[in-house]
Write a protein that binds this ligand. Sequence first.
Ligand code: FRU
Length: 466
Amino acid sequence: MSNALQRDLERLVARVEREDGPQAAADPFRQTFHLMPPVGWLNDPNGLCRCGDWYHVFYQYGPFDVNGGVKHWGHYRSRDLLHWEALPVMLYPDQPWDIHGVYSGSALVEDGTLYLYYTGNVKHAGNYDYIKAGRGHNTALAVSKDGVTVESNTLLMENKDYPDGLTCHVRDPKVWAQDGKYYMVQGARTLDDHGQLLVFESTDKFNWTFLQALKTPHHFGYMWECPDLFCVDGQWFLVCSPQGVPHEETRFQNVYSCGYFPLHGDFRGEYSLGEFVEMDLGFDFYAPQTFQDGDRRLMFGWMGMPDADYTNPTTQRGWQHCLTVPCELRRQGDRLVRLPAVEITALRGAAIPAHQAQVFDLEAMTEPRGRMVFRDAAVLEWQPGLVTLSFLEGGAGRTVRRVAVDQLNALRILGDSSSLEIFLNDGQQVLSTRYYPQPEAQGIAITGAQARVWEMGAMSVTQAEL
Ligand code: FRU
C-alpha cells in the first residue's frame, strides 16, 4: 500500500538522511550503544515487539526538524538487541487521519503479522487551543505481514467515538491479547483537566468498545501520556507519563513525570491503584514502553524530556535524542526494579582503570558516603538518605536531581559518549541523563566505592538489505 504523498515523503526522507546523515554520524557526541535517529529528532519508542526472530523497535521520528516537526514511525530491527538494521520509515503521515503526525502507539503480534496501533494527529486550521477544540486524535491500525512494509491502514476511532467529558487529547494506544480478547489502553485528558486511562475491548482487533476509565481518587496531573498495562510475576502495573504533577524536593523534579501504579483487582472491573512510583529520577527519561519477550518483560524508554529548559548540543549537528538501553523489569512486591537487559553485558571489553573510562560499564560496592565524577562533567554523590546528580560542566542547562535512598549499597552505571544510566541498589531506582563532556576530559574519579570498570564496545547499526 502506498500513495503519492507517501512516495513524496519517502524521497524527502531519503534525501535528508543522505545529505545530513554524515554530519550527524561524525558528531563526537554520537552514541555507541544506544539507538538514535539517523538525522533530526527522536522521541517515544513505539511498537516494541518480538516477531519470530526479530525484535522491532519503532520510534517517533521527526526527520525534517531537529526540534520535532511532523512525526513518522522510524524503524530498527535486530535479532539479538546488539546488531541492528535500519529500515525505511514504517509509517508516514500520509493518511487523512494522520496528516499532522503519526503519533505513538504499539504492536500486537499474531501469526507473524504486525498490527500497529497508533494515534493519527490532525490539526484543523483556525483559531483553536488544540486542547479542547481543533484537533483530531484518531486511533488507526496499520497491518504489516513482512514487518517492513504496510499493506493496509484503517481508521478505527475518532474523537466522537471516545467517551464524553474528554478534551481532544486522547492518544497512544497500547494493545495486547488476553483471555481470547484484545485490550487497549489510551491516555486521556478530561475537560476538567484530570489525567486518566481509557480501557477498550475488542474481539476482532478492529471494533473496539469502551469499558471504563482508570483513574486515581485524587487529582494526579492533567494528562496521562503513553500508557502501558502489564503483569509481571502475578502483579499488574499501570505505567504512564503524567503531565502536571506538582514538583517536590526529591520527587517529580522534571517538567513531566513518568512512572507506574501497582494495580490491584481487575482493570476491566473493580480495581484500585497503589502509590505512584517514578521509573527514573534523572533528567532525561520519558514515555517508556514494555513488551513480553518469552518469560521476561523488556522496556525501552526515550532518553529525553519534552518541554525541558535544558538542551542537547547535538542539535548543532542536526540530530537530537536517543532511546535508553533495553532493560528488563522485575517485580519486587508492589515495585518494579529495572536493570540493563543481559545482552548489553556482551558489549563489555577489557577491564580498565576508572580514570581511563570514556564509554564504559561500571559496577561498584559503595561505602556510606562517596562521590564519582564522570569525565570532569557529571557528579554523583551519596550519603545516608540521599543521592544527588549534578554537573560541573557539560550539563547543557541540567542542574541537580535528588533521590531519597535509605542507604546506597551498589551501583551499576552505563556511560556512553553523551549519556549516563545510573542504576542504584540493583535497579531499585534509576537516573538517566544526557551529558556533554569535553573530548580531552578524564575518565571517572571515585571516592567511597570499590568499582570495576569495563570499556564498552559499540552496537552495530547497518542499512537493511531488502
Ligand atoms: C509523548 C508524546 C505522545 C505523543 C507523541 C508525539 O512524548 O507527546 O503522547 O503520541 O509524544 O510525538
